[in-house]
Ligand binder design. Structure first.
Ligand code: MN
Length: 432
């Protein structure tokens, strides 16, 4: 039968005056957890303890062999969140308290049992599988989101001064999103749950070496806490080591050295050259690249669309004393200024006042032909001067005689005898 066998150790560290971390661990339990509390005078201690108490109470009535499913575990975390939130709301001393929470549990029935992993905050769960240490959880921290966005490297994040700012936490909102994973329960796998007091002080390489060397989970947890204290112990530190064992085979991971003690290991470790940190996979490199490519493509498409729209327009307007056909929007659009397509050779001063007003207001159309037709209407039918194209525009315009087409006077006569009621008496209206 598959079981989880775990051991835990926690310590206040070298700098802090109280320990706000908490661990849930029994030699043989279905569930193991770590919580790292924060907030207020004693809020952190209360938050982490309350969360783990609520978690274990929720699961106490359930089977002692395995939880039904990962949902059972997630539900227990949600009820722990509610418990801490209610307490923080009803007790002013504890206002704003919160805690991280990560847990592993055996779920499902043999032979397809799984190890369920849940996480909220920046405590972590790692697995040592075939001697390789892999981080399973992703921190809900500001620096981790910057790493995900490609703004920080994992190495920069590991020493960032604001790496303790969390983006998700238990107990500060009535509801919380819980990350969860499931892995097959493989005999010999060893899980490590820890607060940030461990991985901020000890490299992954040393953590892995320690987990490989010490067979007993409690001894391994103690050794890791000692390493954190030796590294500075600037925070509370908590480690829970959990082995997947099978009663039908040899218990525990076989690679441990039963003779090694935590103290001996620590002494040995301190004299060893520090191993290089294991390279962490930069999982988001391709995502970032794809994102940039998409962004550039979108910007290009938008640029072309705006330019096309901006240019799909003609207007006739005065440029100085000349009537000119432009392509573009009258006031330009973003950085697309209108361009001259035709110098008509018509002078504004030669137009009737009404035409002058039309030209000064500008005549806008979506068709080039329509613009030219408007220009044609500016001239008398007998003296239509075809527009001159841009290439010859400047010379053509200057050689055009100053006396242009005679002003046309449109006379509209309202026939007498048909006075509409309420309209002014019929008069002769001269345009202008
Ligand atoms: Mn901490």
């Amino acid at each position: 039968m598959t079981r989880l066998v775990g051991g835990a150790h926690t310590d206040v560290g070298q700098v802090r005056s109280n320990n706000q971390d908490a661990a849930l661990s029994a030699p043989q339990s279905v569930i193991y957890a770590v919580a790292d509390g924060m907030g207020g005078h004693r809020g952190g201690e209360v938050a982490s303890a309350l969360a783990l108490e609520a978690l274990s109470r929720q699961l106490r009535t359930l089977s002692a062999v395995a939880l039904e499913s990962v949902e059972t575990l997630v539900d227990a975390v949600l009820s722990a969140n509610e418990r801490v939130f209610e307490e923080a709301r009803s007790n002013t001393d504890l206002f704003g308290m919160g805690t991280t929470l990560c847990a592993v549990a055996l779920v499902g029935r043999a032979p397809s049992q799984q190890v369920a992993v849940v996480n909220v905050g920046d405590s972590r769960v790692y697995v040592l599988h075939d001697g390789e240490l892999v981080q399973l959880t992703e921190d809900h921290s500001l620096v981790q989101s910057l790493v995900r966005d490609g703004q920080l490297t994992a190495d920069e994040a590991a020493v960032h001064p604001q790496r303790n700012i969390l983006t998700r936490v238990i107990g500060v909102e009535p509801d919380v999103e819980v990350d969860w994973w499931e892995r097959p329960a493989v005999t010999g796998d060893r899980y490590l749950l820890c607060s940030d007091g461990l991985f901020n002080e000890v490299t992954d390489g040393r953590i892995a070496a320690t987990l490989r060397q010490l067979a007993d989970p409690t001894e391994a947890a103690k050794a890791l806490v000692s390493l954190a204290n030796a590294g500075g112990g600037r925070d509370n530190v908590t480690c829970v080591v959990v082995d997947v064992v099978d009663d039908d085979t040899e218990p525990g991971p076989a690679q441990g050295d039963p003779g090694a003690t935590a103290a001996a290991l620590l002494a040995a470790d301190l004299t060893e050259p520090t191993p290089l940190p294991e390279p962490r996979p930069r999982r988001f490199t391709f995502r970032v690249l794809a994102f940039v490519v998409v962004l550039v493509a979108l910007a290009g498409a938008a640029w072309i669309a705006i330019r096309t729209w901006a240019r799909h327009n003609y207007f006739v307007a005065a440029s100085g004393n000349d009537v000119v056909v432009f392509r573009g929007r009258p006031d330009g659009l973003l950085w697309f200024d209108p361009e001259v397509v035709e110098q008509t050779g018509i002078e504004v001063s030669g137009l009737t006042p009404a035409q002058r007003e039309q030209v000064n207001e500008g005549y806008t159309t979506s068709s080039h032909a329509d613009a030219l037709e408007f220009v044609t209407r500016l001239t008398t039918p007998t003296t239509v001067r075809p527009p001159v194209t841009t290439t010859t525009a400047v010379t053509a315009a200057t050689t055009v005689p100053t006396t242009t087409a005679p002003s046309t006077v449109t006379v509209t006569t309202v026939p007498p005898g048909l006075p509409a009621e309420g309209t002014p008496p019929p008069t002769t209206v001269a345009a202008g």
